[in-house]
Write a protein that binds this ligand. Structure first.
Ligand code: 13P
Ligand code: SF4
Length: 396
C-alpha cells in the first residue's frame, strides 16, 4: 500500500501546491465569474491604465479576454509585438507561461510582464525539463554525434530550454517559421537536406517531423524519437549516427488528439470540404489535410477563401468558434468532436484579467513573470537568432 500522503484538491485560485504546479494562488480577491459588472470593470481599469499597459491576446484565448486585447496574434507575432512596445511599463500577456517568459526576455528590464493566472502553462512545454535536455546532450556527446547537432526549440518551451538552445548556438522557431528555422539549422549543422548535419528538435515531435518531411522534403526514415524516460532516449548509437532529425518525445495534448478518422468522416459528410490543421497535429493527419499552418496562416487562409467554402479546422476551439462567427458566409466546423479547449489557455478568464488590471490600477503588480537574468541572456541569443532568420517576415 502506498505511504504517500494524498494530494489536497485545490479549488482554482484559492491555494497552491508548489510540488505539482507553478502556483494557482491569486493574492487578494479574485472577482466571481458570475459578477455581472465584470465587463464594465475591465473597461474602466483598461481606460485608467491607458498606454502604460499593453494587453496581448493569443488567438486561443476566450472571447471575453480577446475583447480587451490591444493586439492579437500567434506566438511569433505576439513576441514581436511585445518587443515593439518599449514605452509600455507593463505587458499583460493573455496567453500561456512560455509566451509570457519570451515577452519578458524580449522586453527591457524596466518593463514587467504579467500573466493573469500563473497556472496557465502548456503541457507540451512541460514535456521537456532542462535536466532531461542536458542529459540528452551528454548522451549525444558520448555517442560522438553532438558536434553535428544544432538544437532548434519550438517557442512552446521553458526559458531554460531556450537558454540551452542559445548556449549551443541554435535557434527558437514557431509554427510560423519552422521551415526557415529548420533549414537554417540543417545548413549550420553540416548541410541541407542531403548533407550530414542533424537537428535536435524540442519539444514537439510533430512540428519537427511535419516540417522536415512536408516542408523540406526529408524522409520519415531520417527521424528518430528521443524518449527522455529511457536510457539514451531509447535509441542505439547507430540510430543516432544515421538520424538527421532527433525529435524530442513531446506533443500538444490538444492538437495531438485530432485523428485520421475525423478527417475521413468530414470528407464523407461534407461535400467539397477543405481540411486545414495546425502543424502540431500528428503526421498522418497533416498528410490528409488540404492546408497546414500556424494560427495566423489558418486565419489568413479562411479570410481569403470565397464565400460558400466549407472548412473543418484542426486547431484550438476558441479560435475555430471565433472564425465561424467572423466568417458566416463560409461553413466552418471543428475537426474532432472529442477534443476540448486548451485547458491552460482557458485559465485566463475575465475574472483573472479584471483582477490583474484592477491590481495595476491600485499600483500592485500581480503575477509578474521574471526570467532569471543569466537564463534570459542565453535564451535571448536563441530568440534573436529566430528574429534574424532570413525572410522570417514572409512566414506562414
Ligand atoms: P502558434 O505558434 O500558432 O501561435 O501556436 C501556439 C500554440 O500554443 C499552438 O498550440
Ligand atoms: Fe500548449 Fe497545446 Fe495548449 Fe498550445 S494548445 S498552449 S501547445 S497545450
Amino acid at each position: 500500500m502506498s505511504t504517500t500522503a494524498p494530494l489536497p484538491l485545490l479549488v482554482l485560485g484559492t491555494g497552491r501546491d508548489l510540488a505539482t504546479e507553478r502556483g494557482v494562488e491569486c493574492p487578494g480577491e479574485l472577482p466571481a465569474p458570475s459578477d455581472p459588472g465584470l465587463v464594465e470593470r475591465a473597461r474602466a481599469a483598461r481606460a485608467t491604465l491607458g498606454d502604460a499597459v499593453f494587453v496581448l491576446g493569443h488567438h486561443y484565448q476566450r472571447d471575453e479576454v480577446i475583447e480587451f486585447a490591444d493586439v492579437t496574434g500567434d506566438s511569433f507575432k505576439l513576441a514581436k509585438d511585445a518587443a515593439a512596445r518599449p514605452d509600455a511599463a507593463t505587458i499583460v500577456f493573455c496567453g500561456v507561461h512560455f509566451m509570457a517568459e519570451s515577452a519578458d526576455i524580449l522586453t527591457s528590464d524596466a518593463q514587467t510582464v504579467v500573466l493573469p493566472d500563473l497556472a496557465a502553462g502548456c503541457s507540451m512545454a512541460d514535456m521537456a525539463a532542462i535536466s532531461q535536455v542536458e542529459d540528452c546532450w551528454d548522451d549525444l556527446v558520448d555517442a560522438g554525434v553532438a558536434e553535428e547537432v544544432v538544437p532548434v526549440t519550438y517557442m512552446n518551451s521553458a526559458a531554460s530550454i531556450k537558454a540551452f538552445t542559445g548556449r549551443h548556438a541554435g535557434t527558437v522557431c514557431t509554427s510560423s517559421n519552422a521551415r526557415t528555422a529548420l533549414s537554417w539549422a540543417m545548413d549550420k549543422a553540416g548541410g541541407g537536406r542531403d548533407g550530414a548535419g542533424k537537428v535536435l528538435f524540442l519539444p514537439d515531435q510533430h512540428l519537427g517531423r511535419n516540417t522536415w518531411v512536408r516542408e523540406l522534403g526529408g524522409s520519415l526514415t531520417d527521424c528518430v524519437v528521443w524518449d527522455p524516460h529511457k536510457e539514451r532516449g531509447g535509441l542505439t548509437v547507430e540510430q543516432l549516427q544515421a538520424a538527421r532529425m532527433i525529435l524530442w518525445r513531446g506533443h500538444c495534448s490538444v492538437h495531438g488528439r485530432f485523428s485520421v478518422a475525423a478527417v475521413e468522416a468530414a470528407r464523407r459528410e461534407i461535400p467539397g470540404v477543405r481540411v486545414i490543421v495546425h502543424p502540431e497535429c500528428q503526421h498522418e493527419v497533416v498528410e490528409l489535410a488540404d492546408e497546414v499552418g500556424s494560427t495566423e496562416k489558418i486565419i489568413r487562409t479562411i479570410a481569403a477563401a470565397p464565400a460558400g467554402t466549407s472548412w473543418v479546422v484542426g486547431t484550438e476551439l476558441n479560435l475555430v468558434r471565433r472564425l465561424a462567427r467572423q466568417f458566416p458566409e463560409q461553413r466552418i466546423a471543428f475537426l474532432e468532436k472529442n477534443v476540448c479547449y486548451c485547458s491552460t489557455m482557458n485559465r485566463i478568464d475575465l475574472p483573472h484579467l479584471v483582477w490583474a488590471l484592477e491590481s495595476l490600477v491600485q499600483g500592485r503588480v500581480v503575477n509578474p513573470v521574471r526570467v532569471d537574468p543569466e537564463v534570459a541572456a542565453q535564451a535571448r541569443a536563441a530568440l534573436d537568432q529566430m528574429l534574424a532568420l532570413p525572410g522570417e517576415t514572409s512566414r506562414d
